[in-house]
Write a protein that binds this ligand. Structure first.
Ligand code: PLP
Length: 456
């Protein structure tokens, strides 16, 4: 009786058997990643110090389907397939003719979509003899996911956690330590780069770009260690496509096709995970829903950034990637959606935006918490601050449908729960939420640092 169902559940044997590689369907290939020293396209050898070879192969693969190894599928079975919900109570509260669906990734052990790639990365590293992983974390979601994956596959995990989150979210740190990881606030005294930043600014609140620099330095200076990252890179987006593949099957169970598919975008991975399978289907001649990325006004790379080559980190250690960027020196205000606090965007998502295959909208922190509370009161699930940006766009779409008096089928990714974000909700509920506006001058300054870098 799809007509009055609230959730659409797939059996364990419907966990996808392969990841979907959008490179196979793209009208034009993504611009090459460039070596920061030579300005030439990088090859597998350049990435080998950081990543295991199987992951590097996935980045260059043109195969549409990349098989998911059995041990990864077995670990996915702890929480996949994830449920698809019809937001009937939210629809009623909005008095909208729209049908709103959400894919819920907050039921994973660490509370977000991030284990979808953490488990894959841990597995491939372990298989190639790596004993220790170094990484950064913003909101703590990625660190928790990798700590969990490290526990599943028997790897040590070292996490550089952005200072502002480290202070705002002590329980995220405790969760990582419970899984066996070691966690340090970034900038940290554990790396040369961290020490140099602390010497200049002892009270530095940190940033994702800075923490990436520390994790890379840690990787190259510790034998047996490789680097793991939770977003932006092509193979991360690839691993997340289990979300959209399941969602396509679940929407069919519901007997509907989405008119619009929405995800919040920090580095782009949960957005891509849900939307790429839909975009690919459209590129192969299937239905073409509108696709919208929701980002914060405080770090609006897709709506206000430039599309050109930039570094992924603050210390200019990563390769140069062509992406929407606010400049690698740009340090976003400490908004509570820590996972969206990044100066750049995945190169694949950026290219799709440039080609008009996706849209983007920026959401103010206040509006995002307003709808976070509204959603919790209607649907019961407390959303993480990041997906409240997607909820805001979904609600705007539903209200537009109401104004037009026409139905609209809306699907968004509820990519994490907010149980570790209660201090942020407390600030909102007590009227103390910070009012960060779009930092136009800071962005203009940061973009100046791109002069002299390849434009592409
Ligand atoms: C990490 C994270 C994000 C941002 O990362 P993306 O790669 O853009 O998905 C968004 N939401 C949650 C819950 C996260 O943990």
């Amino acid at each position: 009786m799809a007509a009055d169902r609230t959730k659409f559940i797939l059996d364990e044997d419907r966990i996808p058997r392969s990841w979907y590689n959008i490179a196979a369907d793209l009208p034009t290939p993504a611009p090459p990643v460039l070596h920061p020293g030579t300005g030439q396209p990088i090859g597998p050898a350049d990435l080998a110090p950081l990543f295991p070879m199987e992951l590097i192969k996935q980045v260059v693969s043109q195969d549409r389907e990349i098989e998911i190894p059995d041990p990864v599928r077995d670990a996915y079975a702890l929480y996949r397939p994830s449920p698809l919900f019809r937001a009937r109570r939210l629809e009623a509260a909005l008095d909208t003719p729209a049908h709103i669906y959400y894919k819920y990734e907050g039921g994973s052990p660490s509370g977000s979509h991030k284990p979808n790639t953490a488990l894959a990365q841990a597995y491939y590293n372990k298989a190639e003899g790596v004993t220790r992983l170094a990484t950064e974390t913003g909101a703590g979601q990625w660190g928790s996911a990798l700590a969990f994956a490290g526990a599943m596959f028997g790897l040590e995990v070292k996490v550089f956690m952005v200072r502002s989150s480290y202070d705002q979210k002590p329980y995220r740190r405790v969760l990582m330590e419970t899984y066996g990881a070691s966690v340090v606030a970034s900038p940290s005294p554990d790396t040369q780069y961290g020490r140099s930043v602390l010497a200049e600014t002892p009270s530095h609140t940190g940033s994702l770009g800075l923490a990436i620099s520390e994790a890379i330095e840690d990787t190259v200076s510790h034998p047996g260690t490789k680097y793991s990252l939770g977003s932006v890179f092509d193979f991360v987006l690839l691993h997340q496509t289990v979300i959209g593949q399941e969602a396509i099957e679940q929407m069919a169970l519901a007997g509907e096709e989405p008119d619009v598919v929405i995800g919040c975008a920090g580095g782009g991975s949960n957005f891509a995970g849900l939307t790429f399978p839909f975009i690919g289907r459209g590129l192969r001649g299937g239905p073409k829903p509108r696709i919208i990325a929701a980002e914060p006004e405080a770090a609006p790379s897709l709506t206000k950034g430039v599309y050109r080559y930039d570094f992924g980190d603050t210390a200019r250690m990563t390769p140069l990637v062509k992406m929407h960027t606010l400049g690698h020196d740009f340090i976003p205000e400490p908004i509570h959606a820590g996972g969206l606090r990044y100066h750049g965007m995945s190169p694949l998502v950026s290219m799709l935006k440039e080609q008009g295959l996706i849209e983007a909208r920026a959401v103010h922190q206040r509006a995002s918490f307003e709808v976070g509370v509204q959603f919790a009161r209607a649907e019961g699930i407390l959303p993480a601050p990041e997906p409240t940006h997607a909820i805001k766009v979904a609600i705007d779409e539903a209200m537009e449908a109401r104004a037009e008096g026409r139905p609209r089928v809306i699907l968004f990714n509820l990519c994490g729960h907010g149980h570790f974000d209660l201090s942020a909700y407390e600030r909102y509920l007590s009227g103390k939420l910070e009012d960060y506006e779009y930092p136009a001058e800071k962005v203009a300054d940061a973009l100046k640092a791109l002069e002299g870098l390849p434009v592409g």
